[in-house]
Ligand binder design. Structure first.
Ligand code: G3H
Ligand code: 13P
Ligand code: NA
Ligand code: ZN
Length: 328
């Protein structure tokens, strides 16, 4: 069944678990997420970015998610629009039937330039007014996502600040978060706590204090009724990097967010954990390996099935580690 983000994250808060929010733009990703959820009895958040909507077309994204709901009617599903760049973009998704939207007012509508606080409050408040009147939840973002190790926003098609960021920008201020929530009434708030988008988060194996867990704690203490969201939460599995590079890929040394630190964040109020890169890496690794080992194969179903299996395994692991398993 289609449910709102608020319904799901209220349940998650009550029971102390987190929910991975996987980005989707094709059928294999959606089937992997749903098969993993079915196997572990987990509720699901699937999200489409602007890039996903440009790739597949909004109607296809919508109907693929509706098809998943039809095939697995016992699994609660949130259909979420990721990183909306204006109230108009969010309005379009609400019209299409999304049950949750993100208004990312931390950046201007170009998706690159950090915005003023007043701008962020204004576009987010407008979106909440519209969304709530339609029963749709809203995620806002305060602070600019960036790696505390590199000072870079990371790679994400179209979304992400340009240039070096200051530590101040990369850590959401708890007092400002409280003011933001009281002015906008968002259901969930994406915070900056040291993660960045894409595969290139950290250049060295991360230490166990790579995220600002104390900052997460302080924000949660100030706004206990707002669900916290961690973007840029891929763990960049080293085993998949090795497989990609073993079978012809060329991905330089790089590291993601250790799952243990996400679990630590969940203990202190993180409820939605955004993951895209990990499924991209797993599917690319599985396809490269299959094609290298089966050079005569030309049936896409054979290599796409390998990709689906690789992605399913990652989804199962995240549902189990975040405590989502058994909560559907
Ligand atoms: O926003 C998170 C996703 O990683 C977006 O990626 O814009 O390439 O679809 P995309
Ligand atoms: P990753 O690039 O770490 O998977 O993050 C995805 C994300 O935050 C989508 O909004
Ligand atoms: Na989002
Ligand atoms: Zn994001």
């Amino acid at each position: 069944a289609l449910i709102s983000m608020r319904q799901l994250l209220d349940h998650a808060a009550e029971h102390g678990y987190g929910v991975p929010a996987f980005n989707v733009n094709n059928q294999e990703q959606i089937r992997a997420i749903m098969m993993a959820a079915d196997k572990t009895n987990s509720p699901v958040i699937v999200q489409g970015s602007a890039g996903a909507r440009a790739y597949a077309g909004a109607p296809f994204i919508r109907h693929m998610i509706l098809a998943a709901i039809e095939e697995w009617p016992h699994i609660p599903v949130v259909m979420h629009q990721d990183h909306g760049t204006s109230p108009g973009v969010c309005q379009r998704s609400i019209q299409l039937g999304f049950s949750s939207v993100m208004m990312d007012g931390s950046l201007m509508s170009d998706g690159k330039t950090p915005s003023s606080y007043e701008y962020n409050v204004d576009v987010t408040r407008k979106t909440v007014e519209l969304a709530h009147s339609c029963g749709v939840s809203v995620e806002g973002e305060l602070g600019v996502l960036g790696s505390l190790e590199t000072g870079e926003a990371g790679e994400e098609d179209g979304v992400g600040a340009e240039g070096k960021l200051t530590t101040e920008q990369m850590l959401t201020d708890p007092e400002e978060a409280a003011d933001f929530v009281s002015k906008t009434h968002v259901d969930a708030l994406a915070i900056a706590c040291g993660t960045s988008h894409g595969a290139y988060k950290f250049t060295r194996p991360p230490t166990d204090d790579i995220l600002a867990i104390d900052r997460i704690k302080a924000i949660h203490a100030r706004i206990p009724n707002t669900h916290l969201v961690m973007h840029g939460s891929s763990s960049v599995p080293q085993e998949w990097l090795e497989i990609i590079n073993q079978y012809g890929g060329e991905i330089p040394e790089t590291y993601g967010v250790p799952v243990e630190q996400i679990i630590e964040g969940i203990k202190f109020g993180v409820r939605k954990v955004n993951i895209d890169t990990d499924l991209r890496l797993a599917s690319t690794g599985a396809i490269r390996r299959h094609l290298a080992l089966n050079p005569a194969n030309f049936d896409p179903r054979k290599y796409l099935a390998e990709a689906t299996k690789a992605m399913t395994d990652i989804c199962i692991a995240r549902y189990e580690s975040f405590g989502t398993a058994g909560q559907a």
